[in-house]
Design a protein around this ligand. Sequence first.
Ligand code: ADP
Ligand code: MG
Length: 336
Amino acid sequence: NNTALSASTGGKITVCVRKRPMSNSEKSRAESDIIETGRGMLSVHEDKKKVDLTKYIEEHRFYFDHVFSENDNNQLVYQNVVSPLVDKIFDGGNATCFAYGQTGSGKTYTMLDSREGLYILAGQDIFQRILNPQYKGIQAVVVFYELYLTDVYDLLNDRKKLHVREKANHSVCIKDIAEVSVASVNDLYSVFEYGNKNRRIGSTGANSESSRSHAVMQIQLRRPKGSNPIGHTIGKLSFIDLAGNERGADRGDSQNDYNTRREGSEINKSLLALKECIRALDMGKSHQPFRQSRLTLVLRDSFIGNSLCCMIATVAPNSSNCDHTLNTLRYADRVK
Ligand code: ADP
Ligand code: MG
């Protein structure tokens, strides 16, 4: 029931930033760390040249709900921003966590790292809570899919291409998507590992491939209801590892063929629509622009009614990524 908790005031959106540590190659190039983190605050020190070509440092300051430094682990991120989302799904709502940032900034490490990503920490928490007598009978079901251009691929069913349906009551469903029951953290892990092998990275593990698609993993809680084998969904937690936000922006080379441009423009479109939908959720608007992209259409449930959203903007610390970092921070700043 979507109306039950709609009286709760604001606080539907949490926007945070996570800075990753310097990589070995960044260290070996002796790149400088341009990001300083504080409590809820982050500043970027950008090297600029004056008209007379002497250098000066320009400081850009941003404030967010949470700022995680390179020393903060996934457990801390979990406790601060994902644990309230798990509360929400046991309370009958939907909760969604997005990782937004350039390729290589730590989105996958944060969300879908096999052993310690937020999805598995959420799984531990969920299975712990299900032991509580008041939740007796609740079952967890997982779906895992990838969005590339406007196509949806089922990662739990051999990358089968799926069809998105908008029903008469405006609810959106992905037809025939594989739903896998999970009864333990180990189950969740196995299902993830299985699906992850079906991602666009294939076996090469190349970041450039996976960064062109959005990955969506959802854990639904269901209460078996009478003889209905499908059960009754009480809440849904979604983890979205978004496509790299640098797509489209910096591809002015000969590689910039039709497909690459199409990829870039599709990704840009979905990230812009996402920002608009999250803002609309926060302002309690009844008209969300979720039809503006395939991503926001399939995630419609995340932006309506009794929902919570968390965006984790991930940034790299090194100076050569400064422009991408500022783009990411400006986007996140406008979402909140
Ligand atoms: P993205 O998914 O945004 O392209 P990844 O998650 O693949 O980026 O991260 C790029 C690299 O940086 C990986 O080798 C990853 O293990 C490492 N990394 C990212 N974030 C962190 C972090 N917070 N702590 C330690 N290593 C990290
Ligand atoms: Mg990734």
